[in-house]
Design a protein around this ligand. Sequence first.
Ligand code: CU
Length: 381
Amino acid sequence: MSTRTPSAYHRPVQSESGVLAKVVAVFLGILVAVLGVFALMMWADARDARDDANAAALEAQAGASAGEEHNVALPLNSFAGVVPENALQLAEAHTPYDATMPALQAGDVVKVHMVMKDRTVEIAPGVKYNVWAFDGDYSAPGPIVHVRQGQTVEFTLTNGGAIPHSMDFHAARIAPNVAFRDIAPGESFTFRFQANDPGVFMYHCGTKPVLAHIANGMYGAIVVRPKDMPPADNEYVLVASEWYMNGSGIEEAASLDIAKARQMTPDWTTFNGYANQYVTHPLTADPGDTTRFWVVAAGPTLDTNFHVVGTIFDRAWVNQDMTKFQTGVQTVGVPAGGGAVFDVKIDQPGLYPFVSHAFAHVDLGQVGLLKVGNPKGAGTH
Ligand SMILES: [Cu+2]
């Protein structure tokens, strides 16, 4: 399953389905309302307090009109208050983080090499942020590590950044003062651990202040596949996190606002580092498939309340107890620093939003779509 399939679900589409037509109509209404807000905001000073208040009111109205369908429109406003006028085009042009579970590797030892790098990335359409994060295809979160229970992970950290960093694997049972020690810029360090505990775990830089290092993007997910698990047709990895910015990130890239981070008032919340990326580029499944979500809440501070709209979790392995699963669960809290695994078997084609059901998170970007089949109004490719 590709996560890079372009989506045209938001374009006007004729539909015979009353429900679908309603959804599309509501969505287009939201889109028009939100774009209208932004046209106004671009004309005025977007940071003017009065305009922000008006825009927030209008957006609240738009959100309210979404009603029970849930608002899957781009939340084009945030605490920072500004996105570019062409946010929708930028969202479409964005290449989403590939949430697809990577293949396992053969052998007893799996070598993982991560290079830390200071870089500027987009965390929402046209919104740039200076991360301390990972080199390569992924910036924040880092690459998905996927190993089989019992394999040994040989991990090498190379610090290509400007200050000391480290890496703490929650999947490891190891002396942290040795394995998770700070590595100076320009240096590398290798340690090994046997991944005997199955589940999906956070990894993150543990250098002080940890709040700043995680808030700046130094986190990711490691999946330790259990020896026995029911089969799934599609497997996706989602890392929930939040961003705290000292500016809008539009004119120039923003950096961390540590006061906001301490107050837990994020500008954006995301799955896999970019607001709403799987709304514009949905994850996919075929009707009748069992789709498995491996979810980590990286924080740095906030939990995620994982829920898939339009279905119920057939199985939920909660916070890494992989010996048993709950059945028929609607929403599961994934604590910051924790993880959980969710199976949904969906028969009816459609667009199924996955969200943190703490809905402030949805407004700030922690929402995506699972596109089951090829529903009308959801794009044809
Ligand atoms: Cu760090």
